[in-house]
Ligand binder design. Sequence first.
Ligand SMILES: *Cc1c(COP(=O)(O)O)cnc(C)c1O
Length: 401
Amino acid sequence: MIRIPVYLDYHSTTPVDPRVLEAMLPYFRDRFGNASSRNHEYGWVAEAAVESARTKIAGLIGASAKEIVFTSGATESINLALKGVAENARSRGNHIITVETEHSAVLDTCRHLEKYGYRVTYLPVDATGKIQATQVSDAIAGDTILVSIMAANNEIGTIAPLAEIGRICRSRGVLFHTDATQAVGRIPVEVGLMNIDLMSFSGHKMYGPKGIGALYIRSAHPMIHLSQQMDGGGHERGIRSGTLNVPGAVGMGEAARIARVEMAEETIRIARQRDRLVSGISAQLDDVHVHGHPTDRLPNNANITFAGTTADRLMMDMKDIAVSSGSACSTASPKPSHVLRAIGLHNDEIQASLRFGLGRFTTDEEIEYAIMQVVRTVKAARKRAKGTDRTYVQQVDETRN
Ligand SMILES: *Cc1c(COP(=O)(O)O)cnc(C)c1O
């Protein structure tokens, strides 16, 4: 089956799984209670649903339910983790370590903290987008309070060596936060095995609804303390005030339950489709470069530079394929992708790059259709460029240098 436009932008957001929607609907209708209403049935029903969701989410990542705090999304979780720890640990130190290729939610929060006197080290990555655990170890100083490293990159899919980094942080007594928004539900993430202290993730990247997210906060060995960033009614044990998004939490819980059951099988199918997309395109086009790590990568990601084209024009010419150039999260500010720059691409290569993100509802027919559309569109764009000026030839020559 092919659904037009073919959706290949699963890193930006995922559709809500129909089973998730079904689970949520009653909580918009007769089960509309406030989960903190302690005096009647409506409140009890809502609270029970939230606690059941919390247990399912915890189960997916190897945590216990009391270690999950609901937020409005990964951006809020990241802000709460980084600012909350920074504020709480101020007397112990002011140094934070992160990576150049993080999502803007992490980078902008770090820049905010720099304005308030914190010192931030932004570690570089290699040409595959990979960070080595030894870089983290070398960067830790006496005043380091927090290491924040994303589990999997949202543009090029490269996966970080979380377990190794976690081990280093634990042995050096530094807290470890990971932005696992692209990883949770797609690849196994175990907070215990990986010595993760805090972890941010989001409903709408794992077939749940938008507007709900979670922050995992380790409750023992060691117990993590952070300062709340939202003052109010003391919800979520005082860590995140504000009436709970009950349908959202229920939806994220159901999404976590499904991911736990289906992830292993789904990963294999999606990786096969992704490999077919890449080989189908590469077989018919010269000068295509696939980014990210050859093996340590998300199963659903393919970020490809088509030398001699521009992504904006390609996307305009193939409106029935929904992909993204750079990171959709930053399309409000059309700057060249900081991730592609960090792995060493030049501006013209960055502008010639498309990000494909596959997912649960991607079909084999859609992949064949996308291959055909991409090949046809890139060939036409290159022909046009060749006919009108010498840009194509020049750009291809540059990338060979
Ligand atoms: C989408 C995304 C975010 C932001 O998540 P929201 O829930 O939309 O706030 C943060 N980090 C990464 C890696 C993402 O992909």
